[in-house]
Design a protein around this ligand. Structure first.
Ligand SMILES: *[C@@H]1O[C@H](CO)[C@@H](O)[C@H](O)[C@H]1NC(C)=O
Ligand SMILES: *[C@@H]1O[C@H](CO)[C@@H](O)[C@H](O)[C@H]1NC(C)=O
Ligand SMILES: *[C@@H]1O[C@H](CO)[C@@H](O)[C@H](O)[C@H]1NC(C)=O
Length: 674
């Protein structure tokens, strides 16, 4: 009894100490407690960005006040390093192709400045001279996407390592996790730069003198077992007062955006729990076209449509009344065709990494087999803060559920679980137009008849969106990777995640420029206003892509539209036709599509035809206007290229709200055409 009391009394001051020695950031709206250095900035989206995609840069972000990390109470004893615990969520956005890098490191150091520290594999912490110097007093847990310094010590590019005073890791492991709630030792590998966001737990126990590092992609539960459990004595590494924070760097070729979404830390206690749903949205990833040959979404059943309509009616009434999306909770109950979360969980093997078939700005897409019907589905999982998620969910339901056309993607069903929003589509493996046109591994080449049929399908889908439905729907992200092809070569226009609905006569009030470089109409980069004309522009680019088999933008300053114009002006328009067609095509149709592509992707919006006109041209109902006399001159066309460059540079320096949203887009965009 007495000993319990004594123990309690001894423990009490420690508890006090704990609460004063922790902090928590759920997003970084308030940066007054952080010291930012180098490339680090807080974005308006509450993301802490350590580096952008510039080469050889360093970004630091440290908690402003140092922590007492050594127990020096009895001067005769060797000081002992305190226990600590930290949890954070980070996101690495690498170029879609080529190499990202170098990485970021959770760092504990005696100062927030690192004089002479270098970028690249030094991660902004040391340089070649100071590397490994015991006077550095640095503990760093690195999350690298490039092979580390002294290649053999970090064998995997995508790895986690524990470093003391330098870059030669004490221990490294390829990024992986053991599934939560299992006793197995099977590690699931994952690519830190591929998943939306990564959770990391780092704990040091002063008694066992063990440092544990655990990682898992968001939103998975915390694994039971750490990835790294490394015995280490930190009492000589730490000084009495130490700063905690992050350091990240890019290399001369390898560059990535490095973001922190949330962070908590504690000395002598568990890091405060972070509510992941309070975190800002992870930045959008670069889409890998080969990861999208999945969702092909067939016509939904009448049943599904009835339910969506029912839900929408309810949703609309409730939404008007409450203006808060919590109202969804009510109508949720009344939707008999809601998918059960349990089934989706089973279908996707618990949203396993191996089932992941795509990651987009709006969430991850998993392939699954429904246990109830045995049918293959694509499940889009939107993990967002509650408000955001709800709004997007509502938007998706709005656009997808109510639109019905054979050339559009239809929604099969939906499910909501806490902050997870799930949309279920049919899965048909044929893939996106993008993957069929550009996948060099596949021997299959679309013949002209199939291409023309696909184009007619896209035309019909877009015509429906623009002119045939009760409201004008601007797609806002027409591109080949958003066009899915079914077994009969019917095109289906997909991903209305970006679509916004406008009333027929309502002026677009949009503030965020969305789209993908190469498909963004020139006026969009200036006004930021999406319109049916800007959709037609992107559609025009798609027409040219399908005929030429070339991406809209590629490295070495290639701009598809300009290239076709040049050839057109030289009177050799057929030179641009995809050589894979082996000159087997309908001359009249090819010429029509090319000219129509040029007309649609005209840099002056007013010259572009409406989708109704486009349809008439494609059906040879109307003659295409003579485009030779007013088609942009060479000088104008190079100003269009300049427009592109202008847009990209705007994107990297964007400061206003509008521009910073382009900034996020540019992640996708700049390399998207390459
Ligand atoms: C940020 O936090 C500090 C300290 O808690 C507070 O004084 C300051 O007003 C906050 N600033 C903002 C913009 O919320
Ligand atoms: C390396 O870093 C040390 C401090 O850590 C600094 O004094 C020195 O000048 C740096 N060397 C170079 C070559 O930058
Ligand atoms: C570190 O991991 C080991 C192995 O799972 C575990 O026994 C130990 O309790 C962990 N230590 C901390 C501080 O979490």
């Amino acid at each position: 009894m007495a000993s319990t009391l004594l123990c309690f009394l001894l423990f009490l001051p420690l508890l006090d100490h704990v609460s004063a020695n922790s902090f928590l950031f759920e997003g970084f709206n308030n940066n007054s407690k952080l010291t930012l250095e180098g490339a680090s900035v807080i974005k308006t989206s509450a993301l802490l960005r350590l580096t952008d995609r510039s080469t050889n840069i360093v970004g630091h972000a440290f908690y402003k006040t140092p922590f007492k990390m050594l127990n020096k109470t009895n001067s005769s004893l060797q000081p002992n390093a305190y226990s600590f615990s930290t949890y954070f969520v980070f996101s690495i956005v690498s170029p879609r192709s080529g190499s990202g890098g170098f990485g970021l490191a959770f760092t504990i150091a005696p100062s927030t400045i690192f004089p002479g520290a270098e970028a690249g594999h030094f991660l902004g912490l040391v340089n070649s001279t100071s590397d490994g110097d015991s006077s550095n007093h640095i503990l760093a847990v690195e999350f690298d996407t490039v092979n580390g310094y002294k290649e053999d010590s970090d064998t995997e590019g995508n790895h986690v390592g524990v470093n003391v005073n330098g870059m030669n890791s004490k221990i490294t492991e390829p990024a992986a996790y053991i599934e939560a709630g299992t006793d197995s030792n099977v590690k699931e590998d994952f690519r830190m730069a591929k998943v939306d966001a990564v959770q990391a737990w780092i704990e040091y126990d002063s008694k066992s003198k063990t440092l544990n590092v655990t990682v898992a992609p968001l939103p998975l539960l915390r694994p039971n077992k750490p990835l790294i459990s490394y015995p280490i004595e930190l009492n000589t590494v730490f000084k009495e007062n130490m700063y905690v924070g992050f350091s990240a760097s890019t290399g001369s070729k390898e560059t990535s955006f490095h973001y922190i979404l949330g962070w908590s830390f504690s000395v002598n206690g568990d890091a405060p729990l972070l509510n992941n749903s309070e975190l800002p949205n992870p930045p959008p990833k670069e889409q890998d076209p080969s990861s999208f040959p999945w969702v092909n979404l067939a016509i939904g059943t009448l049943c599904v449509l009835t339910f969506t309509l029912l839900c929408l009616l309810l949703y609309q009434t409730l939404c008007k009344r409450y203006m808060r999306f919590e109202a969804l909770e009510d109508w949720e109950m009344d939707c008999p065709h809601r998918f059960r979360y349990k089934d989706l969980h089973t279908a996707t093997k618990g949203f396993k990494e191996s089932q992941l078939i795509g990651v987009g700005g709006f969430g991850a897409v998993y392939k699954g087999v429904l246990p109830t019907t045995g049918s293959e589905v694509a499940v889009k999982r939107i993990v967002r803060g509650p408000i955001h998620g709800m709004r997007e969910f509502a938007a998706e339901i709005e656009s997808l559920g109510r639109l019905r056309h054979k050339n559009l993607v239809n929604l099969q069903g939906w499910c909501k679980k806490k902050n997870d929003l799930l949309l279920i589509y049919d899965f048909i493996p044929n893939g996106s137009l993008d993957s069929i046109l550009y996948n060099s591994n596949c021997n299959f080449v679309l013949d002209w008849g199939q291409r023309f049929k696909i184009l007619k399908g896209i035309t019909a889908g877009l015509l429906y969106l623009h002119e045939e439905w009760e409201q004008v729907v601007i797609h806002r992200d027409v591109k080949t990777s958003n066009i899915l092809i079914d077994g009969d070569f019917n095109a289906r226009l997909g991903d209305f995640g970006l679509a916004r609905i406008y009333d027929h006569d309502q002026i677009s009030h949009t503030t965020n420029v969305v789209g993908t470089i190469g498909y963004i109409a020139p006026e969009l980069t200036r006004t930021g206003k999406s319109s049916t004309e800007s959709d037609v522009y992107a559609y025009g680019v798609v027409l040219l892509e399908v005929v030429t088999g070339k991406r809209p933008v590629s490295s070495d300053q290639f701009f598809l539209v300009d290239w076709v114009v040049e050839n057109y002006q030289l009177g050799q328009i057929l030179e641009v036709v995809d050589p894979k067609l082996n000159s087997v095509y309908d001359l009249e149709e090819v010429e029509l599509v090319l000219k129509l592509g040029l007309l649609c992707s005209h840099n002056i919006a007013d010259y572009r035809p409406t989708m109704k006109q486009v349809t008439r041209y494609l059906n040879f109902d109307d003659l295409l206007p003579d485009i030779s006399d007013w088609r942009r001159s060479v000088s104008e066309s190079s100003s269009l290229s300049l427009g592109f460059l202008e847009a990209t540079s705007m994107m990297s320096v964007g400061t206003s709200k509008n521009l910073s949203s382009i900034d996020i887009m540019s992640t996708n965009s700049i390399d998207a055409g390459r």
